[in-house]
Design a protein around this ligand. Sequence first.
Ligand code: SF4
Ligand code: SF4
Length: 451
Amino acid sequence: MNVPGVADGRREFHVMTKPTGAICNLDCSYCFFLSKEELYPGSSFRMSDEVQETYVRQLLEAHPDDAEVVVAFQGGEPTLMGLDFFRRAVELGRRHARPGQRVLHTVQTNATLIDDEWAAFLAAEEFLVGVSIDGPPAMHDAYRVDKGGKPTYERVVRGLHALQRHGVDWNALTTINAANGDHGREVYAFLRDELSATHVQLIPIVERVTDEVLPLVGSGWGARGGAVVAHRQEGDHVTDRSVGPEQYGRFLIDVFEEWARHDVGEVFVPVFDTALAHWLGLHQVGSCVHAETCGDALALEHTGDLYSCDHFVEPAHLLGNIAEGRTLLQLVESPQQRAFGDAKRDTLTDYCRRCDVRFACHGGCPKDRFTTTPDGEPGLHYLCAGYQLFFRHIDEPMQVMASLLRAGRDATGLRSWYATRDARREPTERCTCGGGAPFGDCHGRGGTVGA
Ligand code: SF4
Ligand code: SF4
C-alpha cells in the first residue's frame, strides 16, 4: 500500500474502496478477502449511487485545496460494477474537486474483464491500473483460478494486452507464495521482460490458521471453502500456500540482486523504495508495512462502512459509516483510528526494539505478528527471519544509493558499483545472492534468466 504525498496540517490518508465488497469473478485460493462476504449477509454487494457520491465528496473535502487526491477502487473485483460506475466516479470527481485539487483514479483488478472499451476509458481518464499477476503461467495458475478451478493466466494477459494497446499506466501486483517463492529472479524477469512491467509490487502471502483448521489445510485444498475458514486474523499456523519466512527473504534478495545490477531507475519495486527511504532517514516512507506507525490506509466497504485497514475489515475495526453521522475525515482522525496506527509501534516486542534492522523493518504489519521471539515473547512477525536476511543483505548497496543521493547524484550509480565489483569476481565463486550457485550461473549471468 503506497500512501501518497503529505497534506498541509491534516493527516494524510488513503482509502481503498470496495464497490463490490468481497465479490469477485475469480476464486484465488489464497485470497483473504473472499471470506469477508460473511460480514454482509443478504447484501447486493454493489455500492449505491448515494454512497459513491458521499465517498467522493467527503474524500475531496478532507484534502487541501492543492492536493492530489487518489480515488482508489479495489475488491473483490471492482470491474464487476461495470463501466458506468467508473464513468460516474470520474464525473463526481470533477463535480466535487475544488480549484487546484487534482483527482487521480486507481483501480486494482485481476484484468480478466478488461477489453478495448474498458482500456480506452481507463486510458482517456488516466487511471493507474494495478494488475494482479503472480509470474509465468504455471506459477500464476497455481492459486489464481476461477470459480471452476480453471487457470486464469491467459485471460489476465488478454486484459493486460488491451491496457497496453491503449497506453494505460499499469503496475504489476505479484504475491509471493509457496508456488513462486523459490523463483524470485525468474518471476521478476518474467514481469519485466515478457510483460514489460516497470512497477512491480511484491506482497507476501501469509494465511493464518488455527490448530483446529490446520488439519484441513493441504495443498490443493478447496479454494472457496478454504477461504471462508482460513482468512480470519487468528491462529499461529499458516497454510502451505503461504511463503516461508526465509523463503520470503531469499526471494527479495534474489530480485534485489537482479534489479540493483540492471534496473535501478528503470523498474520500480516499492519494497526497495521504502527501504531506501529508511536508509536516507526519511520519515515519510512508501509502505505502511515498514513504517513506524500506520493507520493511514483505510478500507471503505460498499455500504459506506469504513474500516481501519484493508487487512482488518472485521467488526472490531469498524470505525463507522460515512453516510451516518461522522464524516470520512472525522473517522480517519478518530481516537480509535489513531490508537490502531500507534499500536504498530507500541506493541513491538523487546526483540524488535533491540533489532539492528528495526529502523527499516519496524516489525512488519501487525496482522502477521503471531510468532514468538527466541526468548518466548509473543507478537513477533511471522516473516521476521526473512526480514532480517533481506535488510541485512541490502545494507551496503542501500548505503551506496543513499550516499549517491545525498551527494546530489543519481541512484542509478549503484549499477556501476555492482559492475566494478562483479568484474573482479570469478564465475565459479559463490553468487552474491547467497543462494549457493556459482556466480556465473546465477546473478553473474548478465541479466538473463532461465537460459
Ligand atoms: S527484523 Fe524481526 S526483529 Fe527486526 S524489527 Fe523486523 S520483525 Fe522485529
Ligand atoms: S495493519 Fe498492516 S496493512 Fe494495515 S495499515 Fe497497518 S501495516 Fe498497513
